[in-house]
Design a protein around this ligand. Structure first.
Ligand SMILES: C[S@@+](CC[C@H](N)C(=O)[O-])C[C@H]1O[C@@H](n2cnc3c(N)ncnc32)[C@H](O)[C@@H]1O
Length: 248
């Protein structure tokens, strides 16, 4: 190593140790949330503007008023485009709540060999999320007649690995639709990182609250960057609040 490089390294090491020992930067601690917001929201803004011109099945960016139910238009376009209505898909939903979106997918995808797997605490959110308190969205396990539905109760952190150990091989070679609707960063990053070894080209990953900069978007960014994962955006609704991707 050259002398000047070694000198620079010494300066960097000394500065870091000095800041750690003196706690000098803690004077800025009251601004942590602001810096966090600025950094992450700017990341989201850059991502949206970089990706908004991709070829989408549908993309309504920019619209002045959101309509949450427009996510169903995305679902419909995806089912049609990928011919899922009669295919033996594996639909995995992370965050089922009362089962509204889960029922929608079961009603649209009619193949008798399709499998529908729903993961939830069924006792509500494990953490506060925005205006929602811990425990909100507690509805119990939905009661469905359709034998293709399977529910896994508990934190994903406790249920997903057992599921993958038992059923993971059966997911290979089938188109998987992974619907991430747990809202939280923790739940989303956990689900994505565990599902990673099972992801195959042509699988679809949908984020219900993609543009929430400190939750699903942050999980998306960390996941794609840490796992060198290439996800192609295919559909976006409500200014990227809802976004779907294909594994390529
Ligand atoms: C917005 S709701 C799901 C709505 C549903 N997909 C729909 O569209 O009808 C979010 C759900 O995620 C669940 N959830 C969040 N984090 C979780 C975790 N770590 N483990 C299990 N369930 C979780 C909550 O219990 C809640 O029911």
């Amino acid at each position: 190593m050259s002398k000047s490089r070694a000198f620079k390294l010494e300066i960097i090491k000394f500065s870091k140790d000095f800041l750690l020992a003196t706690r000098l930067l803690q004077v800025f601690a009251p601004l942590n949330k602001l810096f966090f917001f600025l950094y992450n929201f700017n990341q989201l803004t850059s991502w949206v503007h970089k990706n908004k011109k991709e070829k989408y099945l549908m993309n309504d960016f920019y619209r002045s008023k959101r309509n949450y139910d427009d996510r169903l238009k995305s679902f419909e376009a995806i089912v049609r485009h990928y011919g899922m209505a009669e295919a033996p898909i594996a639909y995995l939903e992370f965050g089922v709540a009362a089962g509204y979106s889960f029922r929608w997918w079961m009603a649209e995808c009619k193949n008798a060999n399709a499998g529908f797997y729903g993961f939830d605490t069924f006792e509500g959110l494990p953490e506060k999320w925005g205006m929602f308190a811990k425990g909100d969205m507690s509805y119990g396990i939905p009661v469905l007649e359709d034998k293709r539905a399977h529910f896994y109760k508990g934190f994903f952190q406790d249920t997903l690995n057992n599921f993958l150990f038992a059923e993971g091989n059966g997911l290979r070679g089938r188109r998987k639709i992974i619907h991430l609707d747990a809202d939280l960063f923790t739940a989303t990053i956990f689900a994505l990182s565990q599902l990673y070894p099972y992801l195959e080209k042509g699988d679809i990953i949908m984020f219900d609250e993609f543009s929430v900069y400190d939750h699903e978007f942050m999980a998306f960014k960390i996941f794609t960057e840490s796992f060198y994962m290439n996800l192609k955006p295919i559909s976006a609704q409500n200014n990227f609040y809802h976004a779907a991707f294909e594994v390529v």
